[in-house]
Design a protein around this ligand. Structure first.
Ligand code: SAH
Length: 356
């Protein structure tokens, strides 16, 4: 059978047969490329739901935040709205509408690899231009960038502590097949030198993640802002590393699944290390704000007032609006686990929502 017509699981199985175990990062990259390439995973009928799909307030506040920084930084000419992994284009549509009200009408550029999602985005934002990565973005004009639940989809490497030292965590075909098609194990080569001194003597089974792919994209974005001016807002679920822990997870039909059971059929994510993301921006000479909880950030930007205004205009939807506000901001919902971090050009005005 020609390789292209094989299922992803069969292709991965052949790769492993021919070349030995593959890294968790390789596995996650292949699984997510296949997963996002072939479907729209968002919404009630899909696998998961994101902040912009919960309420228009999220995208509107992102748009107002960008317009505010741009306005207070001298309204530089030819601004570019750049979104990484725009999903259905819902956030962009809400943000662009809010920016328009603030007299900002940037050109729209989407970095998106999924053809299925590109066509959804085109329906919501017809005038956008699409890119496979940041390299082909215009080289002039300040960048007003957004990445919501983008970095969590990029592959992580995992190191695992064993009695013989640290090893890369790799993926093999499952021996029994009872719990799925694949399973993780510790690789053969020593990885002690890839692990910071502080973690050398961690207990057996401890896992340390890193995301070279996220570092590369964060640095490329930061360099663009350093060269062209601008600011970025990054929102995701994450932590302030370095820290031990296995955060790789799979979601299918709004329920947790095993990440190794059936590659390409569930959404694989890992928590984002905001310390690393911030360091990329600092290295490029940018000012970094946050991370702060998504709840704190949205509240500082006035989500309460916005919800009240919306409810006043649409009294029949008042309850739904209040539920959405609570989902986005409550500490036991998305308010604390999800975090916001800003990159700002050093000559630009400081951005709102990160004090206190
Ligand atoms: N930001 C949207 C969608 C989040 S899902 C929202 O909040 O609703 C992750 C998005 O990132 C999808 O659009 C997916 O296709 C895209 N994506 C995943 N990996 C990518 C990659 N390597 N390059 C570009 N886009 C990617």
């Amino acid at each position: 059978m020609p390789v292209e017509t094989l299922s992803l699981a069969e292709r991965l199985a052949r790769q492993i047969e021919a070349g030995g175990p593959i890294s968790v990062a390789h596995y996650m990259a292949e699984a997510n490329a296949y997963y996002y390439g072939g479907r729209d995973p968002l919404g009630v009928a899909g696998d998961f739901i994101t902040a912009p799909e919960i309420s228009q307030m999220f995208g509107e506040l992102v748009g107002l935040w960008l317009a505010d920084v741009w306005n207070r930084s001298g309204r530089k000419a030819n601004p570019l709205y750049v979104e990484l992994g725009p999903g259905r284009g819902t956030l962009a549509a809400d943000a662009l509408r809010a920016m328009q009200m603030a007299a900002l009408a940037p050109k729209t550029h989407f970095v998106e690899t999924s053809q299925v999602l590109r066509s959804k985005q085109k329906a919501n934002v017809p005038h956008a231009q699409w890119h496979d990565d940041l390299d082909s973005l215009p080289s002039e004009g300040p960048i007003l960038a957004v990445a919501n639940e983008f970095f969590d989809a990029l592959p992580v490497r995992q190191m695992v502590a064993t009695p013989k030292g640290w090893r890369e965590r790799v993926v093999i075909r499952a021996l029994s097949g009872d719990s799925g098609l694949f399973e993780p194990m510790a690789g053969y080569r020593s990885m002690d030198s890839a692990v910071p001194e502080a973690f050398r003597h961690a207990p057996d089974g401890a896992i340390l993640e890193s995301s070279p792919a996220s570092a590369t994209v964060a640095y490329a974005l930061a360099l663009r802002i350093a060269k062209q001016g601008g600011a970025a807002i990054i929102v995701d679920y994450g932590y302030e590393g370095p820290a031990l822990g296995d955060t790789l997870q799979a979601v299918r039909g709004h329920k947790a699944a095993s990440p190794f059971a059936s590659p390409g059929e569930s959404d694989l994510t890992a928590h984002v290390d905001f310390t690393m993301i911030g360091n990329m921006a600092r290295q490029a000479g940018l000012t970094v704000l946050g991370p702060v909880g998504q709840g704190q950030w949205l509240t500082a930007l006035g989500i309460k007032q916005r919800a009240a205004l919306l409810a006043q205009r649409h009294p029949e939807r008042a309850e739904e609006i209040e539920i959405a506000r609570s989902r986005l901001t409550a500490p036991d919902q998305m308010g604390t686990l999800f975090k916001a971090m800003a990159f700002v050009h050093p000559d630009w005005a400081s951005a709102e929502g990160f004090k206190g």
